[in-house]
Design a protein around this ligand. Structure first.
Ligand SMILES: CC(C)(COP(=O)(O)OP(=O)(O)OC[C@H]1O[C@@H](n2cnc3c(N)ncnc32)[C@H](O)[C@@H]1OP(=O)(O)O)[C@@H](O)C(=O)NCCC(=O)NCCS
Length: 188
């Protein structure tokens, strides 16, 4: 794994003014043409816009939900990656809306952000466990999360089809739930 950008990466919490940039970042990573030839491409699985400003604001503004933005140290805070962390109660947190600018993928940004998110849910919500969902059809992505310490719980959830955000290309889409126990190192 290349580390060309890692030493100069920073993270910050998103604010409402970040919503337009985050919508574009998430669209580019999940749906834009630059995503088509990437190993996480969903082109053959899902169409639609993926998100909009209202959905991003709903991830930023309520208590118990935050979006983390990764940016270059000297670049004014412009987002190159993001994720949402949310408090589910009972020491469980949820991780989602995870996207890295396609031009910056493969350089360790995503792995770094997962680590920050794990620390963030422990610090902000007192979480001891973090969960995420991955499409059952995205086996390479699931394998990556497993390398990061996540494991399938056996639970599956219906794919959240939406006429604007998420239009299934096939009718067997399913979300697999993965979780990870957070150790003392994540509760700094
Ligand atoms: C998933 C995503 C956030 C990862 O971000 P990233 O910055 O590229 O991640 P990293 O560079 O830290 O790690 C990439 C990993 O993919 C692996 N990888 C790269 N190309 C691969 C390929 N063709 N096949 C399988 N694995 C591959 C790398 O080896 C690396 O694994 P490692 O950490 O074990 O070394 C990014 O690809 C993305 O935004 N995808 C679109 C949105 C998405 O799918 N989000 C997740 C939804 S559950």
């Amino acid at each position: 794994m290349s580390s060309f950008c890692r030493p100069d990466l920073r993270w910050r919490l998103a604010v409402a003014a970040d919503a337009p940039a985050l919508v574009h970042l998430i669209w580019a990573a999940y749906r834009g043409p630059a995503s088509y030839d990437r190993w996480t491409s969903e082109e053959h699985l899902v169409r639609g816009t993926r998100t909009d400003e209202r959905a991003v604001l709903a991830a930023i503004e309520p208590a118990g939900s935050e979006m983390l933005i990764v940016h270059d140290r000297d670049d004014g805070g412009a987002p190159i990656a993001c994720c949402r962390i949310a408090d589910r109660g009972r020491e469980l947190a949820h991780f989602g809306m995870f996207a890295v600018d396609p031009e910056r993928q493969g350089g360790g940004v995503g792995r770094r952000l997962v680590g920050w998110a794990e620390q963030g849910v422990a610090d902000s919500f007192g979480a001891r466990e973090i969960e995420l969902e991955v499409l059952a059809q995205q086996q390479l992505l699931r394998a990556w999360y497993e390398r990061l310490g996540y494991a399938a719980t056996g639970e599956t959830r219906p794919f959240p089809a939406h006429p604007e955000y998420a239009v299934p290309v096939r009718d067997d889409l399913l979300l697999v739930v993965l979780t990870k126990r957070l150790g003392d190192d994540d509760r700094r």
